[in-house]
Design a protein around this ligand. Structure first.
Ligand SMILES: Nc1ncnc2c1ncn2[C@@H]1O[C@H](COP(=O)(O)OP(=O)(O)O)[C@@H](O)[C@H]1O
Ligand SMILES: [Mg+2]
Length: 306
C-alpha cells in the first residue's frame, strides 16, 4: 500500500513514528507538506502537484493537520478524497471536530455526556446567559483554542462577566461551561482507533491549575478507561465521523463527560504513558480501510458488467 502523511513537519515525533510503523508493516510511505500541495479543479477531473511533480497513486492518506493550517490543509485533503484516496479522518470530520461549538451540539444531540454549556453573541444577553448556566465557578473557553491556552476558570459571577466582556471586545468566539470540581484537575485521554480505545492516559494538572494539558505542565500516567468511558469515547469519535481521535473526558459524579475530541492527537504523550504502539494501530487501521474498499470494488464490478 502507498501511504501519504500530510504534515507540516516530518521531524515531529508523531510523524516519525507513523513513518516507522508504516515501513515496518511493509508499506511505502511519504510525508507531504500540505502547504506545498497545489490543486487543479475542474468539472472534468481533479489533480494535484507537489514541488512540480504530480501527486498520484496514494491509496490512503493520514492527515496530521495543525490548527494553524486547518483551512488550506482540509482543502488539500478534500482534493485527495476527490481523487479517490481514502483518509483515516475525512476533511469534513476534521472541520467538525475543530469547531468546539459545533461538536458540542452534535455530541449532546446524540446523548453523549458533557458539561452543560452556554453560548451567545450579544453583550446585552450576558447576564441572562449566565443565569441560564447556573452559579459559578464557570469555565470559559475560546471556541478555537487548543492545548489549554484559551481555557479560563472564573469563581465569581463578576469575574465571568468581566472575562466575557473582555473577550467580546476582542471579537473572540467562546463558550461557557459548568465547572466539574470532582475532576480534581485530571482528565482522561482516550485514544480511539476505529471502534476501540487502543490506549488511555490520565493527565493531572500541576498544583494551582485545573487544566491537565501536558503543554500547561500537566503530568501523564497510564490509565485504564472503564467500559462506560470507552463507550463514550468511541461514540464521540463516531458521531463526528473520525476514524482516529483523541477523546478527552473528565470523571464526574454523573459518569464520563466529554470535553473535546481531537482530530490530530499527538502520539508522544500517549505512547510513553501507555507503552502501546499507537502508530502501529493507526497503520493497521489504514490497511483495513484500504482492504475494505478493495473488497467493495471487487463486489461492485460484476454488477456493472452488462
Ligand atoms: N468544564 C470543566 N470542568 C473541569 N475541568 C475542565 C473543564 N473544561 C476543561 N477542563 C480542564 O481544562 C483542560 C483543557 O480544556 P479543553 O476543553 O480540553 O481545551 P483545550 O482544547 O484547550 O485542550 C481539560 O483537559 C481539563 O483538565
Ligand atoms: Mg483538551
Amino acid at each position: 500500500m502507498k501511504l501519504a502523511i500530510l504534515t507540516r513537519n516530518s521531524k515531529l515525533y508523531s510523524t516519525r513514528r507513523l513513518v516507522e510503523a508504516a515501513r515496518a508493516q511493509g508499506h511505502t510511505v511519504r510525508t507531504l507538506d500540505p502547504l506545498r500541495c497545489y490543486m487543479h479543479i475542474s468539472s472534468t477531473g481533479f489533480a494535484m502537484r507537489y514541488k512540480s511533480r504530480p501527486i498520484s497513486g496514494y491509496q490512503v492518506v493520514i492527515p496530521r493537520i495543525g490548527t494553524s493550517v486547518t483551512r488550506y490543509g482540509t482543502a488539500v485533503l478534500r482534493q485527495f478524497e476527490l481523487m479517490g484516496t481514502l483518509s483515516i479522518n475525512s476533511s469534513d470530520a476534521i472541520l467538525r471536530a475543530r469547531d468546539k461549538l459545533r461538536s458540542h451540539q452534535m455530541l449532546a444531540a446524540r446523548g453523549i455526556g458533557m458539561p452543560v454549556t452556554v453560548f451567545g453573541d450579544n453583550p446585552d444577553d450576558t447576564v441572562d446567559l449566565l443565569e441560564m448556566l447556573g452559579p459559578p465557578p464557570h469555565v470559559i473557553k475560546l471556541n478555537e483554542g487548543t492545548q489549554g491556552a484559551g481555557v479560563m476558570l472564573t469563581e465569581k459571577l463578576s469575574a465571568s462577566r468581566g472575562v466575557i466582556e473582555a473577550l467580546r471586545g476582542l471579537y473572540a468566539q467562546f463558550l461557557v461551561q459548568e465547572f466539574i470540581p470532582e475532576a480534581n484537575g485530571a482528565d482522561l485521554r482516550c485514544f480511539v482507533v476505529g471502534n476501540k480505545v487502543v490506549a488511555a492516559m490520565k493527565r493531572q494538572a500541576p498544583i494551582g491549575d485545573f487544566r491537565s494539558n501536558l503543554h500547561r505542565g500537566g503530568s501523564a500516567e497510564s490509565a485504564k478507561a472503564s467500559r462506560a468511558e470507552q463507550e463514550a469515547a468511541v461514540r464521540a469519535a463516531r458521531v463526528l465521523g473520525l476514524g482516529v481521535a483523541g477523546v478527552d473526558l473528565v470523571r464526574s459524579h454523573r459518569g464520563p463527560l466529554v470535553l473535546e475530541v481531537n482530530a490530530s492527537p499527538g502520539l508522544e504523550g500517549i505512547e510513553s504513558a501507555s507503552g502501546v504502539d499507537v502508530a502501529a494501530e493507526i497503520i493497521r487501521y489504514a490497511t483495513l480501510m484500504h482492504q475494505a474498499q478493495k473488497a467493495k470494488t471487487r463486489v461492485a464490478k460484476p454488477l456493472t458488467v452488462k
